[in-house]
Write a protein that binds this ligand. Structure first.
Ligand SMILES: C[S@@+](CC[C@H](N)C(=O)[O-])C[C@H]1O[C@@H](n2cnc3c(N)ncnc32)[C@H](O)[C@@H]1O
Length: 332
């Protein structure tokens, strides 16, 4: 870091991001899964202009995503991560960033920094969730992104937390239920409910073995959530400003069974090891959703204001932590 060439790469970094998004949209890594292909062959397969595709690939070879051998192109180990069939594939995330509404919102980062307001809403006049409700294709890409990103988190959370003594779990804002699936698969005594907006919520688990322990409820966590012994609240609070987080936490506190726990799974600011990703996600929350990443002390203060208390922070072995909270009074 610190050399002019590094700074230039940082300044122009959005161009690499744009190139990766187009590669993801075209499915180039999927096309190269079987081995190297000539650019003409690849262009015909993805319906692209051959010369322009070569220019795009030149960039992606230079950054190490693809390799070129005698005019044919192949995935490197990095390019393999853009394959759709990879667990935790980054293809949906790369496609998500190509949503013109998100791309434009990042172009208005300065507005957010000057005013503290959400660039997305200032620019488009609607919030992110309404945008996704109105754009089923973007909604599907977002759901795929969360499912892919959550697939590696699910096992880490399921392994790190001891669910002994708890019977029912609700995945609050659980989307496709990927976290819930991992928790139910690892802890066979649990039953689970995935709770999310009607146009998002997964109707059934991907694994039919979990069907008998799986249920679905559609609704808004600002109004009420189903009763449970444990709530999983992953990548939810960071989407929202404090006043909206309090509404979500109060909905959970009101419905939590006696002796129950709230398990908030988030990147916690200030914990070592993932500073850049946490800082960038924090800015992303500001720009697109109006939320923020928080420190442990900030989560503790939110819990307290919602009638809960932070009882411990459980490391998962990956950058995300589990913040465990219980009712401060009237429960245990
Ligand atoms: C960042 S995603 C996290 C999804 C999932 N927990 C995960 O980590 O993969 C946020 C989720 O909150 C859901 N959501 C947004 N507003 C909601 C509301 N009012 N009530 C319930 N869910 C909501 C979205 O549909 C989305 O699935």
């Amino acid at each position: 870091m610190g050399k002019p060439a590094d700074l230039q790469s940082m300044v122009t970094g959005f161009r690499v991001s744009a190139a990766l998004s187009v590669a993801a949209e075209l499915g180039l890594s999927d096309q190269l899964a079987g081995g190297p292909r000539a650019v003409g062959d690849l262009a015909a397969a993805v319906q692209a202009d051959e010369d322009t595709l070569r220019r795009l690939l030149r960039v992606l070879v230079a950054v190490g995503v693809y390799a070129e051998y005698d005019g044919s192109f192949a995935n490197t180990t990095v390019g393999e991560e853009l394959r759709s069939d990879r667990p935790g594939s980054l293809r949906p995330l790369a496609r998500l960033l190509q949503d013109p509404a998100i791309w434009a919102a990042w172009g208005h980062l300065g507005h957010s920094v000057r005013t503290g307001a959400t660039a997305f809403e200032a620019l488009h006049g609607i919030d992110l969730w309404t945008h996704r409700q109105r754009n089923p294709e973007q909604n599907a890409i977002f759901n795929d992104t969360m499912a892919a990103l959550s697939s590696y988190v699910g096992d880490a959370v399921a392994n790190a937390y001891d669910f002994t003594g708890l019977a029912s779990v609700v995945d609050v804002g659980g989307g496709q239920g990927v976290l819930l699936e991992a928790v139910l698969a690892r802890h066979e005594h649990l039953t689970g409910t995935v709770f999310d907006l009607p146009h998002v919520v997964a109707k059934e688990p991907r694994s039919s073995a979990l069907e008998s322990r799986w249920s679905v409820v559609a609704g808004s966590f600002f109004e009420a959530v189903p009763a449970a012994d444990a709530y999983l609240v992953k990548s939810i609070l960071h989407d929202w400003p404090d006043d909206r987080c309090l509404q979500i936490l109060r909905s959970c506190a009101a419905a939590l069974n006696p002796g129950g726990v709230l398990l908030v799974v988030e990147l916690v600011l200030g914990r070592p090891g993932n500073e850049l990703q946490a800082a960038l996600t924090d800015l992303n929350m500001l720009v697109v959703a109006g939320g923020r990443e928080r420190t442990e002390a900030e989560y503790a203060a939110l819990f307290e204001a919602a009638g809960l208390r932070l009882t411990r922070v459980v490391d998962t072995g990956i950058p995300m932590s589990i913040l465990e909270a219980r009712r401060s009074s009237g429960g245990s």
